[in-house]
Design a protein around this ligand. Structure first.
Ligand SMILES: [Zn+2]
Length: 440
C-alpha cells in the first residue's frame, strides 16, 4: 500500500514537471505570436466584410480580406508596396460589389496631406482585373473621344454649380486621360445609381464624374459584367431631375453634313430625330444606315417635300408609302413617325398614316439665317422642358448651331433625347395619327 502511494506521488511529480514545461512553451509561443501579430488584427466592417488593420511605424493601413486566394495574393503585393512607401500615412478602402465585379477603391493619405486613390476592378469569375479595353465592346478612338467629350461636358455642367470655385490650373482633359490610362474607374449598379464613375483628386479635393449606363448601353459588354440591361429604367434615371429636349433635323440625309452631326452628337452622348426625304434616302442609303445604327431615330418627311394639304390622295399615297419603303430598305427599320413638309396635312393624310405626326414648337429658322450664331441666338432662350426643336441637317451652319446649342443646353441641365425617348421619360405613348408639337 505504501509503495503504491509513493509511486503515485512520483508520477504526480513527474506530471507536474512536464505540464509546467508544456505550459511555459505555450505561453512563450503565445507571447511570440501575439508579438508578431500585435499590430495586425482581423476585424469586420459594417457590412460584415473581413479586413485587417495594420499599424506600423506611423502607418495605419486597412486591407480587405477575401475568400479568393488569388485576389488576396494581389492585395498582399499591394500591401507590401504601401508598407515600403514611408510617405504614405494612412490607407483606407471602400468596397463596391456588383454581380461579377469586386471593386476596391483605395484612399491613400500621404504625409504632406495629399490624397491619392487607387482603383481596382476585379472580375470574380475570370479572377483577373478588368481594363476598359475589355469592358467596352469595341475599344477604339471613337469610344475614348466619347468618354473625354462627354465627361468634359459633364464637368462644365458641374462647375456651374460648384462653390467655392475649382483650382484654376486644373486640366480636366489631363485628369481624365490619367483616369483612362491608370484604369481608374468603377461601376455602381444600384437603384438610382447606374453609373460608371471616374474619380480624381486635386489640391486635396475629390472630384467625381460619371457616365450613365444609358449612354453606355450599346458600348459596354454587360454580359461580362453580369449586369442585366434595363434601358428604360436607365433612361429615366439619366433624365431624372433634369429637363429634356428633342432636336429634330429635316430635309436630309446629306452625305456632307449629316455624318458630321452624328459624330458630334454621338461623342456627347446625345440623341436626335431625323425626318428624312424619301428621295434623299434613295440617293444616300449608307447615310441612313449610319444614322440608324448609331441609335438615332429616323422618321419620314415624305418623298418630294410636297405640301400634302394641296396634294391629291394618290400623290399623298406615293409620297408616304414610297418614303417608308426607302427608309425600310436603307436602315432595316420602319420610320417611327412622320413630319409633313411645312407642317401641312389633311384628313387624307391622317387616313393613310399609322405613325404619330411630330411637329415642333421651336423653329430655329436655320434655313433663313444660314449662320450658326444667329440661329443659336434666335432659339437658345426659347427652349423649355419637353420642347421639340426644328433644324435642317443640310447646312453646315445648322450643324454648328445645333452642336453649340446642344452643348449649352446640356450644361444648363438638359438631356438631349430622340422624340420617342422624350415621350418615354414623360411617361407618354405617342399615338398613331396624333400630332405633337412638344411633349410636356
Ligand atoms: Zn422640310
Amino acid at each position: 500500500m505504501k509503495e503504491k502511494i509513493k509511486s503515485l506521488y512520483l508520477l504526480n511529480k513527474k506530471y507536474i514537471k512536464w505540464s509546467f514545461i508544456f505550459t511555459t512553451i505555450v505561453i512563450v509561443l503565445f507571447i511570440l505570436v501575439s508579438f508578431i501579430y500585435q499590430n495586425d488584427k482581423l476585424k469586420k466592417d459594417q457590412k460584415g466584410h473581413l479586413y485587417r488593420e495594420i499599424n506600423q511605424k506611423n502607418q495605419n493601413i486597412e486591407i480587405p480580406v477575401f475568400d479568393d486566394s488569388k485576389l488576396n495574393k494581389e492585395i498582399k503585393k499591394y500591401e507590401k508596396q504601401i508598407r515600403k512607401d514611408n510617405q504614405i500615412k494612412k490607407v483606407t478602402y471602400e468596397l463596391i460589389e456588383t454581380n461579377e465585379l469586386k471593386q476596391v477603391i483605395w484612399n491613400k493619405k500621404r504625409k504632406d496631406g495629399s490624397l491619392q486613390k487607387d482603383i481596382w476592378l476585379y472580375h470574380k469569375t475570370k479572377k483577373e482585373p478588368l481594363t476598359l479595353k475589355e469592358i467596352f465592346l469595341h475599344w477604339n478612338q471613337e469610344e475614348k473621344d466619347f468618354i473625354l467629350t462627354f465627361l468634359n461636358l459633364e464637368w462644365q455642367r458641374t462647375i456651374r454649380t460648384l462653390t467655392p470655385p475649382i483650382p484654376t490650373d486644373l486640366n480636366i482633359e489631363k485628369e481624365l486621360n490619367d483616369c483612362i490610362k491608370q484604369n481608374s474607374y468603377y461601376f455602381h449598379n444600384e437603384l438610382n445609381d447606374h453609373y460608371l464613375y471616374f474619380d480624381f483628386q486635386k489640391e486635396e479635393k475629390n472630384y467625381q464624374l460619371k457616365i450613365p449606363f444609358y449612354l453606355l448601353k450599346d458600348r459596354v459588354n454587360w454580359k461580362l459584367l453580369g449586369i442585366k440591361r434595363e434601358d428604360e429604367i436607365w433612361l429615366k434615371e439619366y433624365a431624372m431631375n433634369r429637363q429634356v429636349v428633342a432636336f429634330t433635323f429635316d430635309d436630309g440625309p446629306n452625305p456632307n453634313t449629316t455624318p458630321t452631326l452624328i459624330t458630334e452628337f454621338k461623342k456627347r452622348g446625345m440623341n436626335a430625330t431625323f425626318f428624312m426625304l424619301g428621295r434623299n434616302v434613295a440617293k444616300y442609303p449608307e447615310v441612313v444606315k449610319m444614322v440608324e445604327s448609331n441609335g438615332f431615330e429616323v422618321g419620314s418627311h415624305t418623298y418630294n417635300h410636297r405640301n400634302l394639304k394641296r396634294s391629291s390622295k394618290e400623290e399623298q399615297s406615293y409620297e408616304i408609302i414610297k418614303t417608308n419603303e426607302e427608309i425600310k430598305n436603307a436602315s432595316g427599320k420602319e420610320a417611327t413617325s412622320i413630319r409633313p413638309p411645312y407642317g401641312n396635312y389633311n384628313d387624307d393624310t391622317i387616313s393613310m398614316i399609322e405613325v404619330p405626326i411630330v411637329l415642333w414648337n421651336i423653329d430655329t429658322l436655320d434655313w433663313k439665317y444660314r449662320d450658326a450664331n444667329l440661329t443659336y441666338q434666335n432659339s437658345i432662350e426659347k427652349v423649355t422642358d419637353g420642347s421639340i426643336v426644328l433644324f435642317h441637317d443640310i447646312y453646315y451652319s445648322s450643324i454648328d448651331a445645333a452642336v453649340k446649342m446642344a452643348s449649352e443646353l446640356y450644361q444648363r441641365g438638359y438631356v438631349l433625347l430622340s422624340v420617342h425617348e422624350m415621350a418615354q421619360v414623360k411617361n407618354k405613348t405617342l399615338e398613331a395619327k396624333n400630332r405633337y408639337y412638344s411633349i410636356k
